[in-house]
Write a protein that binds this ligand. Structure first.
Ligand SMILES: [Zn+2]
Length: 101
């Protein structure tokens, strides 16, 4: 019986470690979407106090959906020596597709 209890204990620790690693991994994967949500929130937020934090970062225009994105978080495409910035990978893809046609 002790063996079974030990096994259950080991399994619970294993699960806890797995959940912990998963949560660490999720943070990395989710980041681009979180950035997109932040940008969407800030564009609808008209209160100047809420934007103070972003003043320090240069804002760049996303030509696809006409929102401003913090330069350090934007997706980039360099075309004809000009750099274009996008809020999301989807907008970046749309820009590339639009230029192909
Ligand atoms: Zn966009």
């Amino acid at each position: 019986m002790d063996l079974v209890l030990n096994f259950i204990r080991f399994y619970l620790i294993f699960l806890a470690v797995k959940v912990f690693i998963n949560s660490l991994f999720k943070i990395k994967v989710v980041t681009p979407r979180e950035v997109e949500e932040e940008v969407n929130q800030s564009s609808t937020d008209r209160f100047p106090e809420a934007n103070i934090k972003e003043v320090a970062v240069e804002m760049v225009l996303d030509e696809i959906c006409n929102t401003y994105v913090p330069k350090n978080k934007a997706y980039q495409v360099v075309r004809d020596d000009a750099t274009h910035y996008f809020c999301s990978w989807e907008c970046r893809e749309k820009f590339i597709e639009g230029n192909m046609n």
